[in-house]
Design a binder for this molecule. Structure first.
Ligand code: XLS
Ligand code: NI
Ligand code: NI
Length: 439
């Protein structure tokens, strides 16, 4: 194997030091082996680093070029640059103490001008990654294909009105699945940024949705044939880059999966900032997925109160995360997935240490929220209050109603006999206080 390059020599290995520590290169709350409700934090979360944001995205925006000078970006050939990037990624993963990563095909290595050459490139870089993964015990949480950056996808990938593009997307997904399987990826994600429309005037929506379902069935069948045992995730997002994305939110995606008979193989990957773009809270989206036993994975980040786009900031909002962790605990955790930091440092955070601070902050925020949720769970009346709120359905006529043993006529007769129903407080402020009290 070639000589590994190092990029983060000046940064120490990040360790848990507890919340008295003032060392910015330490974890204050995330203690991987510490148990929360009988399960280690490490197992609860399965934190993953997003290859695209942390090692690929140099911070360009619609108004200006990238600002981040990545020292692993200067090699002469695509393979050299990709290997250098892999060295940086694995050094980072080791130093920060995260065992998983997530990738798009062309985060690993740049796309070539033909499918054939792109495939060769992916084969070469995945050989290299595999060796590194073995020596470092690193794992792939999920892989995916980038079906949105190249101009050929301007009208969509699986939902493109031109069959040639759909076929190209299929080839790309086949290769991305092959790489994911080769790297023993635990899951595979579909995020359909361009699966949607810019204008309904030129769109046959029904036909496009049928195509999307066909495409997902084909991909799933292929992967299963290759022995892939993991879960497929759909990642909902309402818009951006499409005006309207078909995978709008968790409820929409569940409706789609049910309609097209995909529920056995697909679950949801819920992203914080996508939830808020869809006018939901993160907790709401998690709850909708959990209700369907389809809470597969999370993309962790946060939005901005003032901006209406996917700012993908690192998660920091303890209140938002604690509410989410209450749903997470109640759902019994994630089905197959983990917590992927689909988040980027700001465009002007240009030092290499910034990606360390960002991930440390994200891990600590999740850990703190989980610990708070655990305390609320164990030490407060939270569960009792919720149970009490629905207790009229636990016995008598309420129970009969719930179990389908009442008709509308019987209900009407009961109502006629009773007085105006009692008022029952929702206790929202009390419950909100609990989060602050236990933080
Ligand atoms: C973009 C999405 C994307 C997916 C992977 O908004 O979050 O990063 O997670 O394709
Ligand atoms: Ni995402
Ligand atoms: Ni996103």
């Amino acid at each position: 194997m070639r000589k590994q390059k190092t990029y983060f020599k000046h940064i120490p290995k990040i360790k848990f030091e507890g919340n008295k520590s003032r060392n910015p290169f330490s974890l204050k709350y995330y203690n991987p082996k510490q148990k929360v409700l009988g399960k280690s934090m490490e197992k609860h979360f399965k934190f993953a680093v997003a290859y695209w944001h942390t090692f690929t995205n140099t911070g360009g925006d619609p108004f200006g070029a990238g600002t981040k000078i990545f020292p692993w970006n200067i090699g002469h050939t695509p393979l050299e640059r990709a290997m250098d990037k892999a060295d940086a990624a694995f050094e980072f993963l080791d130093k920060i103490g995260i065992n998983y990563f997530c990738f798009h095909d062309f985060d690993l290595i740049e796309e070539a001008s033909s499918l054939k050459e792109s495939k060769e490139r992916l084969e070469n870089i995945s050989d290299y990654l595999l060796k590194k993964m073995r020596s470092q015990k690193t794992k792939v949480l999920w892989g995916t294909a980038n079906l949105f950056s190249h101009p050929r996808y301007m009208n969509g990938a699986a939902t493109n009105p031109n069959f040639e593009v759909v076929a190209h997307a299929a080839a790309q997904v086949k290769n991305a699945l092959d790489v994911t399987i080769k790297l023993k990826g635990e899951n595979y994600v579909f995020w359909g940024g361009r699966e949607g429309y810019l204008s309904l005037l030129n769109t046959n929506m029904k036909r496009e949705l049928d195509h999307m379902a066909r495409f997902l069935h084909m991909a799933k069948d292929y992967a299963r044939k290759q022995g892939f045992k993991g879960t497929f995730f759909i990642e909902p997002k309402p818009m951006e880059p499409s005006k309207h994305q078909y995978d709008f939110d968790a409820a929409t995606v569940l409706g789609f999966l049910r309609e097209y008979n995909l529920m056995d193989d697909f679950k949801l990957n819920i992203e914080v900032n996508h939830a808020t773009l869809a006018s939901h809270t993160f907790a709401h989206e998690l709850q909708v997925a959990a209700n369907a036993n389809a809470l597969g994975s999370m993309d962790a980040n946060r939005g901005d109160y003032q901006n209406g786009w996917d700012t993908d900031q690192f998660p920091m909002d303890l209140f938002e995360l604690t509410e989410a962790m209450l749903v997470f605990l109640q759902a019994g955790g994630l089905k197959g997935g983990g917590v992927n930091f689909d988040a980027k440092t700001r465009r002007n955070s240009t030092d290499l240490e910034d990606i360390f601070y960002a991930h440390i902050g994200g891990m600590d925020a999740f850990a703190r929220a989980l610990l708070t949720a655990e305390k609320i769970w164990k030490e407060s009346d939270y569960k009792k209050i919720i149970k009490q709120r629905y207790s009229s359905f636990d016995k008598g006529n309420g129970k009969k109603f719930e179990t389908g043993k009442m008709t509308l006529n019987q209900m009407a007769k009961l109502a006629a006999k009773q007085k105006e129903p009692r008022q029952l407080s929702g206790r929202q402020e009390l419950l909100e206080n609990m989060i602050n009290d236990f933080l």
